[in-house]
Design a protein. Structure first.
Length: 292
């Protein structure tokens, strides 16, 4: 009787077919999840969206160990906002692929959304285009109308709370636009983070969702709402293990260490006093965070 050779490693062909099988399984799983998802465009757009995100989901799992944590916190119907952190351009496709059952209307700036190829792809995917405000300026009324329109239509919307890419950094103090949109449309907000997209070559990609938050009840509550969201988003981000490339930097570290005694305070007013003093001491000009 021939003896089994325990030392033989799997052949290239067996590894290839194993990956292909896993890819097909992952794509089929995503297609089944998305088969009844609503889409604001045509049937062709809906078909493209479903297959594109199924491909991202499947290829991401095989190539980048893409995984979704906390999917039970996603909201299956009605208006909901997913304000992600922003590490790289890959966030746009991975964040959409992480949403189960629903089409995610994503908000992107005009320079990217109107570029050849990439812009066409995202428009088919149902993305909306805005002009990003200049540094120190608040979003215009037209921009806020574009951001709020999908929410008023009871859709799920994704945007980036930081307003710009921050590779290598954990979430910091967010921009005020997402809180204003939540207040104006009375949309629930799901704590949303993504990690690893800025280091695809040596780290798995993880999208993680935390609890959902009710919108601010009054305009004056928006700063406290932003602060609670920031703390929750940072907690979810740090709950994802660091893998091959060390930890992410904290953009608030100098404020926390030099102005707040080493930890974030319980109340937003104390944080904002330190935040503004830090920016004043370092001659950093930006928007007035109280104007919301």
């Amino acid at each position: 009787m021939a003896q089994r050779n325990e030392g033989v490693t799997p052949s290239f062909a067996s590894e290839f077919f194993g990956l292909a099988k896993n890819l097909a399984t992952d794509i089929t799983e995503k297609l089944l999840l998305m088969q009844y998802a609503e889409h604001p465009g045509s049937d062709f757009d809906r078909f493209c969206y479903t297959w594109a995100h199924a491909a991202v989901y499947g290829i991401g799992k095989v190539a980048f160990q893409f995984r979704v944590e906390g999917a039970q916190h996603q909201i299956s119907s009605g208006r909901v906002l997913y304000p992600f952190n922003h590490l790289s351009g890959a966030d746009t496709v991975f964040s959409g692929a992480a949403i189960e059952h629903r089409h995610l209307t994503e908000i992107g700036r005009r320079g990217i959304m109107e570029s050849p190829g990439v812009g066409t792809f995202f428009r088919i995917m149902g993305a909306e285009t805005i002009d990003r405000p200049e540094r120190g300026e608040a979003a215009s009324e037209d921009t806020m109308e574009i951001i709020e329109a999908p929410l008023l239509a009871d859709r799920a919307e994704g945007l980036f709370a930081s307003g710009t890419r921050t590779p290598g950094f954990m979430p910091g103090w967010p921009k005020r636009g997402f809180a204003k949109a939540a207040y104006d449309t009375q949309s629930r907000v799901v704590v949303s983070v993504i990690k690893g997209t800025d280091r695809l070559w040596d780290q798995r990609v993880t999208a993680r969702f935390g609890h959902s938050m009710p919108p601010p009840r009054r305009r004056g509550e928006s700063l406290a709402f932003m602060y609670r969201y920031m703390i929750a988003q940072r907690w979810e981000f740090n709950s994802i293990p660091h893998h091959n490339n060390g930890e992410y930097q904290d953009p608030l570290e100098p404020i926390i260490n030099d102005y707040l005694g080493g930890e974030l305070p319980l109340h937003v007013n104390e944080f904002l006093r330190a935040y503004r003093q830090y920016r004043k001491d370092h001659k950093i000009k930006d928007e007035d965070e109280t104007d919301i």
